[in-house]
Design a protein around this ligand. Structure first.
Ligand SMILES: *Cc1c(COP(=O)(O)O)cnc(C)c1O
Length: 468
């Protein structure tokens, strides 16, 4: 047996074949048991102080037996929100497709370098293939550029940086950008990181329909132009986090075109519904942005850590992010396969392509379309059923898969209702503030959520609403 010496039972850095297989089977058995337990797992579970204390211990000088360490790892994974379970209807749920976990195992075991095409041409082809498929879904013509990111926030950051570089010539103090009061805070955060003065982020108030109004937007732009400022970017939502509302993307694209302003479409939550017929209709105009964020760890049910960015003009994306050090001589920017490192802030990175590509090829796109269609149906069913509860107000018909509602007695009763529902166990919901009022949200987006769980959620709301 090779490898470093360890205490009795500790694995060496280079385990032999039998050790690798035993360790792999032990980990896999726990993963499968975890997934099998999701159906009956509570929507959230607390962590005991003893557990957290044990987990905070520093690594020992001599290794411990692997099964023991694995069991502790599983204990660490257990408490918190059951984000992989069918009852997780809070925030924006995502997924955790099993095949993506297996893909990550293969990527990590092979330790392929995904930053440059020459280092891993096959893997980088998968990266390009996945992005190319997305470009096709969203109608981005040849010449597009893209990046698989760690999530929506970094995708939005890269978009803001690209728009800044393409439109502001390095002069940031008078560049203004526009969002609605329903936009995700990741945009303001990206602007701050990108050096756009916070006072230059214009938040356009929405009316009762919660949409960014093209006329109000145009007024705000003209006011800034008259004051000598330089409007350079509008970020529209293709599905807001609060209520799943889609901004009028086509009209906003017209406003942008009229002023030469960059349009970024934030489809982190809603974008992937474009795989369905209803979604495509509701997201009309999503193909007209200069750039687009989607978040496969939401709408494609992948594990956390998978976002994506598409930019219509790939040259603009590379102008912001392609850079070389002397030690990286020989990796061409143009021609041949695009290098992922030239399309985003990361150099060495987790090769994310396989966790996207493998489930898409193994399950087929139709499986994703059908699952997303089911989510639209479930949200509609929740809306219809909630409206039958007399003490509950459900103001917005769901456009995608978010339903917001509140107790008619006010914020306090709404909060009490939420606490009762979450305390029951089978589902976990979250709340938000819209127009200064508290709303409970049901967001159906996990591939594991089906009709029985949505019915259970509504039943719990009905029972709890009686008590407040
Ligand atoms: C989730 C979300 C984001 C942020 O994406 P992360 O993947 O959480 O970084 C941005 N915009 C919208 C609309 C979102 O729903």
């Amino acid at each position: 047996m090779s490898g470093s010496p360890g205490a009795e039972g500790a694995l060496p850095l280079e385990p032999d074949r039998a050790q690798m297989e035993a360790a792999g089977i032990a980990a896999l058995a726990r993963a499968v048991a975890f997934i099998e337990g999701l159906d009956s797992a509570p929507g959230q579970s607390p962590a005991t102080p003893e557990l957290l204390r044990a987990l905070a211990a520093p690594p020992p000088e001599q290794g411990r037996p692997f099964p023991e360490v694995l069991d502790q790892a599983m204990a660490a994974l257990r408490p918190g929100f059951e984000t992989a379970g069918p009852g997780y209807l809070a925030y924006i749920p995502g997924g955790g497709l099993y095949l993506s976990a297996l893909a990550d195992l293969l990527v990590a075991a092979s330790n392929r370098y995904g930053g440059f095409a020459d280092a891993a041409p096959g893997l980088v082809t998968l990266d390009h293939s996945v992005l190319g498929w997305l470009a096709g879904v969203f109608g981005y013509p040849e010449g597009w550029g893209g990046d698989l990111t760690s999530g929506g926030s970094i995708s939005i950051l890269s978009a803001v940086v690209t728009a800044r570089d393409a439109r502001l010539d390095g002069r940031l103090h008078d560049g203004t950008l526009y969002v609605s009061d329903q936009a995700h805070h990741a945009i303001a955060k990206a602007a701050r990181i990108a050096g756009i003065p916070e006072a230059n982020v214009r938040v356009v108030p929405t009316a009762g329909d919660l949409r960014l109004d093209p006329q109000r937007l145009d007024d705000a732009i003209r006011a800034d132009q008259s004051a000598g400022r330089r409007p350079f970017l509008i970020v529209a939502s293709a599905g807001t986090t609060n209520a799943g509302v889609v901004d009028p993307l086509g009209s906003l694209a017209d406003v942008c075109a009229g002023h030469g302003i960059w349009l970024h479409v934030d489809g982190a939550y809603g974008g992937m519904f474009a795989l369905t017929d209803r979604g495509r209709a509701r997201l009309a105009g999503i193909d007209r942005g200069d750039s687009l964020t989607v978040d496969p760890h939401k709408g494609l049910f992948l594990p956390y850590g998978t976002g994506a960015l598409l930019v219509r003009d790939g040259t603009a994306l590379r102008a912001s992010f392609a850079m070389r050090g002397a030690y990286l001589h020989g990796f061409d920017v143009e021609g041949g396969l695009p290098n992922p490192a030239d399309h985003g802030p990361e150099l060495t990175r987790h090769a994310r392509a396989l966790r996207v590509w493998l489930p898409l090829h193994a399950h087929g796109v139709a499986a994703f379309r059908a699952a997303l269609d089911e989510k639209l149906d479930l949200a509609r069913a929740a809306y219809d059923a909630l409206r039958e509860i007399p003490t509950v107000e459900v103001p917005w018909e769901p456009e995608l898969s978010v339903v917001c509602f509140r107790h008619r007695a006010g914020d306090q009763a709404t909060q009490a209702l939420l606490d009762d529902v979450n305390g029951a166990g089978p589902v976990y919901l979250s709340s938000t503030q819209i127009g200064g009022r508290t709303y409970i949200r049901i967001c159906v987006l996990s591939f594991r959520t089906h009709a029985d769980r949505v019915t259970a959620a509504v039943d719990l709301v009905r029972a709890a609403a009686r008590g407040h």
